[in-house]
Ligand binder design. Structure first.
Ligand SMILES: NC(=O)c1ccc[n+]([C@@H]2O[C@H](COP(=O)([O-])OP(=O)(O)OC[C@H]3O[C@@H](n4cnc5c(N)ncnc54)[C@H](OP(=O)(O)O)[C@@H]3O)[C@@H](O)[C@H]2O)c1
Length: 214
């Protein structure tokens, strides 16, 4: 599959890119600066020894991708997504975005829409937004020689879009678990605030979650 990663120069997007490239997907790293994307793509080609990883502006990446991953900071959504609205028409858009504010009175700071995924859906009304990958730490993704010991919780309003994301999760060895409609994205994103706190308290880089009883 052709996967475009907006903000793919960051740790989370680059980690997803490496994992997917290694199992045969084609990757387009997106950035506000096409040159930065090309440099990151070259690094990832070197790391993975896989060729189909290219770098483009976010707009061009969104145009080329079959599936679009939004791996931007929460505060970057309003500035980035309106310009890719047409390019995302009808496409599966995966939001990995977690609205966290470090150093303030409250770590989890969701937008007025309820969650970053719902904000993304409002900014991309013709796309099929699925919220996923919030609990898979960039550190885990980048250690590509290890399997990831974590479930992949995902939610969204379009069943076939969720099937696509579940397949992409399985392709990198994760067990996907459908946790319902996009209105559950707030609680889903909020779990990351708990994981970030666990990481800090127990000096970890990669706490994750597994659902029991399934
Ligand atoms: N890091 C993790 O372990 C982790 C785990 C789960 C979920 N997440 C979530 O995944 C998303 C990406 O995480 P990350 O750690 O990779 O983030 P990041 O490094 O802070 O940002 C990713 C990329 O977004 C672009 N960017 C930065 N500020 C921007 C702005 N104001 N407007 C538009 N683009 C901007 C930058 O790319 P260019 O400068 O090249 O445009 C940057 O490389 C976040 O929402 C995060 O909460 C992260």
């Amino acid at each position: 599959m052709n996967i475009a990663i907006l903000g793919g120069t960051g740790k989370e997007g680059a980690g997803l890119a490496a994992r997917w490239a290694l199992v045969g997907h084609s990757i387009i790293i997106g950035s506000r600066d096409a040159e930065r994307a090309k440099t990151k793509a070259a690094e990832l080609r070197e790391q993975t020894k896989k060729l189909p990883i290219m770098g483009e502006s976010n707009a061009e990446a969104a145009r080329l991708g079959t599936v679009i991953v939004v791996a931007l900071p929460a505060q970057g959504l309003a500035a980035t997504l309106p310009a890719v609205r047409e390019a995302c028409h009808g496409k599966v858009v995966i939001s990995t975005v977690v609205p966290l504010t470090f150093g303030g009175p409250r770590l989890f700071t969701p937008p007025a829409a309820g969650s970053s995924a719902e904000e993304a859906q409002a900014l991309l009304p013709d796309a099929r937004v699925v919220a996923a990958f919030h609990h898979i730490a960039a550190h885990e993704l980048s250690e590509t020689e290890h399997a990831i010991e974590c479930d992949l919780l995902l939610c969204g309003g379009d069943a076939s879009a969720k099937d696509t994301v579940a397949e992409l999760a399985r392709s990198m060895g994760l067990r996907p678990i459908d946790v319902g409609p996009l209105s559950n994205a707030g609680p889903l994103e909020g779990i990351t605030a708990i994981l970030a706190t666990i990481n800090r308290r127990y000096k970890l880089k990669n706490s994750g979650i597994k659902i029991t009883g399934l």
